[in-house]
Ligand binder design. Structure first.
Ligand code: SF4
Length: 373
């Protein structure tokens, strides 16, 4: 099946028609790829698509440029490799996993358990996501998700509804039952009309009206050494599978929602050639025109040109939908009718401070330390 439906997310069973062909998105289990699985994804991208692999802001991978008739073959190869669930309803569930899990820890245990509990979840809007963020401190706090199992300030795990500052302490072993119960409450209380938990204003049931704040969050994105190997950033999320597969010691690749990859088993010195200019890692830019039919502007070349001149986070979006970044950025350029609207500390499509700027005007506007024009 293909087609464009607002508020609906493409996946491997439901690729979306884009300007450059079908767009297929996959969420590998546990956000982990073995080297063989990465090879399979690269092969599928090259055989059926435009060869490119992109990492999204919700830690999914996207393949683009597939022909309509090849969508099923591509999906079947991904299913056979254990990268896509054989059940389309299960594959449609959006589950985010804190990437630095280790076998047997709380994140790993709960993520495995959730796979067995997916069928118990009610029908949910396509963008609704579950974050399993059960390390010593939350790392997915800035990542779009609706129901969160995360570390509370007391050191135990809590279940927190997105948009609420506090969560409910969880008893060991009962975490997933509580998660399913909260999802069922969301569904039964009309959450589908709101679309997302943060917009759903119904009072939480007493048992879920949390009293414990999350533990202090940590900044997880560091380009360099990591206890499991090496973290590398990716420019605009582009994944170079061939270079990754040549790295000595590579035992796996963990997908993160920060446009970064955790290379398990790889020493920093061996990955140093893949490190990026930090300025480029502060930029989010969707694919833009001509690949996306909703874009009236090209995005990435402009973003790369502006990056060194913008203090803080820069988001260049082809349209107000803001696919590349859901959270606010320090500087946001939103394409509209072939030009850009400029806003500060905002999301794509926010009320602009300046309107109808041309791509040629913008570099001069940002020269030197940024001052809000
Ligand atoms: S933000 Fe708009 S232009 Fe960019 S990929 Fe999404 S829909 Fe397309």
């Amino acid at each position: 099946m293909s087609g464009r439906v607002r508020g609906w997310c493409p996946d491997a069973w439901h690729p979306m028609a884009a300007g450059d062909g079908l767009l297929l998105r996959l969420r590998p289990p546990l956000a982990h790829l073995t080297p063989d699985q990465l090879r399979t994804i690269a092969d599928v991208a090259g055989l059926y698509g435009n060869g490119q692999i992109d990492l999204t802001s919700r830690a999914a991978l996207q393949l683009r440029g597939l022909r309509e008739r090849d969508g099923a073959d591509a999906r079947d190869r991904l299913v056979a490799a254990g990268l896509v669930d054989a059940d389309p309803r299960r594959e449609a569930r959006v589950v985010l996993v804190a990437p630095a899990w280790r076998p047997g820890d709380d994140t790993h245990r709960l993520a495995i358990g959730l796979r067995d509990s997916l069928d118990a979840l009610p029908a949910l809007p396509g963008k609704v996501g579950i974050a399993i963020d059960a390390g010593d401190a939350a790392v997915l706090h800035d990542t779009s998700a609706d129901f969160r199992i995360e570390r509370g300030e007391s050191g135990g795990l809590i279940l927190r509804a997105d948009g609420r500052p506090r969560g409910t302490p969880l008893s060991p072993g009962a975490e997933l039952d509580a998660l399913v119960a909260l999802a069922r409450w969301f569904s039964a209380s009309g959450g589908a009309a709101a679309g997302r938990m943060a917009r759903h204003r119904a009072p939480l049931p007493d048992w879920a009206a949390g009293r414990e704040a999350p533990a202090r969050a940590t900044l997880a994105v560091v380009q360099g050494a990591h206890p499991l190997g090496t973290m590398i950033g990716t420019a605009f999320g582009r994944v170079d599978a061939d270079r990754l597969l040549r790295l000595p010691g590579l035992r796996g690749v963990r997908l993160t929602p920060w446009r970064a990859l955790l290379l398990v088993g790889v020493a920093p010195d061996d990955a140093r050639a893949l490190f990026h200019d930090p300025a480029l890692l502060r930029v989010d830019a969707c694919v833009g025109a001509p690949a996306c039919p909703q874009a009236s502007v090209a995005t990435r070349a402009l973003a790369a040109r502006l990056a060194p001149h913008v203090a803080g986070r820069l988001h260049v979006s082809g349209c107000a939908k803001g696919c590349a970044r859901a959270a606010p950025a320090d500087v946001v350029l939103t394409g509209r009718d072939g030009r850009f609207d400029l806003a500060h500390h905002a999301r794509a499509g926010a009320p602009p401070h300046r309107t109808a700027l041309s791509a040629d005007d913008l570099p001069a506007l940002f020269e030197g330390p940024f001052r809000a024009p």
